[in-house]
Write a protein that binds this ligand. Sequence first.
Ligand code: 48F
Length: 254
Amino acid sequence: MGRLEETEISKAILCAYQERLLDRILSDVLIVGAGPSGMMAAILLARQGLKVTLLEKRLAPGGGIWGGGMGMCEVVVQDDAVPLLDTVGVRCEPRRKDLYVASAIELASALSLQALQAGAAIFNLMMAEDLCMRHGRVTGVVANRPMIGETLPVDPITLSAKAVVEATGHEAVLIGSLRKRRLLENADGGEGPMDAAAGEAFVVEKTGEVFPGLWICGMSVCAALGGPRMGPIFGGMLLSGKRVAESIAAALAE
Ligand code: 48F
């Protein structure tokens, strides 16, 4: 092994990152939030050959998966979501009636790996602050570094896509930016009290395009449209990711 040059290490990082980001200035699908719903959608869309980019404001993709329930790293899914665990190679075991348990760490890791290996790009430490819009259609997002955007008066950059997905979980950031401009009248907003069965059904049923060019999936559906919260059950999140992927694939094929 030759002598390591620090400057060459830095150049390798800078060149690789710049190439990757430049390539994703325009995507087919831009998903904001790398939780279970956003990553499931990314995997299914990227496996169809679409150019998919995920933005995640935290250091690690995975969202609410890592903590399972109350910090216990076990993930519970209903039997109808087990085929989605299979498709990303996550092992699970039956526990209670119709319920399966998987390792939260295995699920978060598998979704990240499968998204990347399917061709999706994941940018961590990248936060969507707002939407870009043209002629009444969402065309991309305004992005910044979380530490910068939240504390300093520094302008963001923009990333464009044919389809943008709100997958930011409870925060429903993009819906918030539509709502504050009174562009989304039908979004009542605010999660209802916990009702696991009703919340899971609501999330999957209401997943879809909420505004031209903007789709919504996962917990953001309840936060935006006023459905009940459902607590530490993840089947609905994975199924919502699948549903949003199907809806976008159909729309982009037209
Ligand atoms: O919250 P999160 O896991 O969303 P989800 O896919 O799944 C919800 C479940 O985890 C859990 C549940 C319901 O009880 O089962 O709550 O709907 O992941 C959302 C991700 O989005 C990131 C955030 O850091 C998290 O990893 N995020 C939030 N706001 C932004 C963002 C933003 N403005 N820009 C980029 N990423």
